[in-house]
Ligand binder design. Structure first.
Ligand SMILES: NC(=O)c1ccc[n+]([C@@H]2O[C@H](COP(=O)([O-])OP(=O)(O)OC[C@H]3O[C@@H](n4cnc5c(N)ncnc54)[C@H](OP(=O)(O)O)[C@@H]3O)[C@@H](O)[C@H]2O)c1
Length: 289
């Protein structure tokens, strides 16, 4: 059970506005890898619930994760507390046809045990024409099955193309790989959508744990008496229009990640991070995980 202090802190998560005007929390919980092993299920549910108690009310999932298994875990974790959750799921590209996306959304909602999603994303661009997917997203929105929609893993050229299509002007976000080790979007995608007030969602913010032994991260973390993961998260969270999605199935990780919101990096820290993880000096094609 979270202490009273944790519950108080839980109420303070910053939000930003989607183009529709709806608020979205700036730090959320990922679920990739959840729902794949029965033995881990209760721990995963407990981690997500702890996150909710701490105010991490954005939960990001996808029909792909555990082939529906992650959505089922989320459905159980949010049972009885749907109203506090900002729920995001994603449709497989091969399901993203005019009719297919509507059906896939219905299956996701059933697994999540909810009438609506706060945000529904095209997981990546496939061969289905974007006009079809956008048409389906608009129908779902009109029917109240989703509140907002967007894309994922779209590089600038894809995003420009999508936004110019009917319904494209309502694209709420692009969820992309973005962390200290993958800064390519700072060259073009980040400034382009910043000028249009479209927030980015940064996935794999700690590079699935692979960056945590980096000596510079460790040095900065020790200066602040925090962990390298918290430095990596705080680096992303200092940008006011970036939503960060971190996955944690261990309670200690959930607590640490929540506390990263309270970490303020200094100019010196930021300069050192730029040295260790240089920003792009030219166009870098969008990387994925
Ligand atoms: N749209 C897309 O194509 C796409 C692609 C990738 C990811 N995503 C979304 O973004 C979410 C996050 O990305 P991700 O899962 O790839 O990677 P991530 O969040 O960068 O890393 C998750 C890994 O780091 C560990 N971890 C979490 N917090 C930690 C901490 N404070 N200290 C040390 N280790 C920690 C986790 O361990 P434990 O689980 O053991 O706690 C897990 O092994 C996904 O779960 C998914 O929802 C979307």
């Amino acid at each position: 059970m979270p202490g009273e202090q944790e519950q108080k802190r839980g109420r303070k998560i910053r939000t930003l506005r989607l183009p529709s005007g709806r608020p979205i929390p700036v730090l959320g919980q990922g679920t990739w890898g959840m729902g794949e092993h029965r033995a881990r299920r209760q721990a995963e549910i407990a981690a997500l619930r702890l996150g909710l108690d701490l105010g991490l009310t954005l939960i990001d999932t996808a029909e792909m994760y555990g082939e529906g298994g992650a959505e089922e875990v989320v459905g159980e974790a949010i049972a009885g507390r749907r109203a506090e959750v900002f729920l995001v799921s994603k449709v497989y590209p091969h399901n993203a046809t005019r009719q297919g996306a509507i059906e896939a959304c219905g299956r996701s909602r059933r697994r999540l045990k909810t009438d609506y999603l706060d945000l529904y994303l095209l997981h990546w661009r496939g061969s289905v024409p974007l006009t079809e997917t956008l048409d389906a997203f608009q129908s779902l929105k009109r029917a109240g099955k989703i509140r907002d929609y967007g894309v994922s893993n779209f590089d600038l050229d894809d995003l420009e193309e999508a936004i110019a299509l009917p319904g494209g002007e309502e694209i709420a976000t692009d969820q992309v790989l973005y962390n200290l080790m993958h800064r390519g979007i700072e060259w073009d995608l980040l400034p382009w959508r910043r000028a249009r007030d479209i927030p980015v969602m940064a996935y794999s913010p700690i590079e699935q744990g692979k960056m945590l032994k980096h000596p510079q991260l460790k040095l900065i973390a020790s200066r602040h008496n925090v962990t390298p993961a918290q430095v990596a998260l705080a680096w992303l969270l200092r940008q006011e229009d970036v939503v960060v999605i971190a996955k944690a199935s261990k309670a200690a990780h959930v607590r640490e990640n929540r506390a990263a919101l309270d970490l303020k990096l200094t100019d010196e820290d930021l300069a050192e991070l730029d040295q260790a993880f240089p920003p792009p000096r030219q166009k870098v094609p969008l990387e994925t995980n």
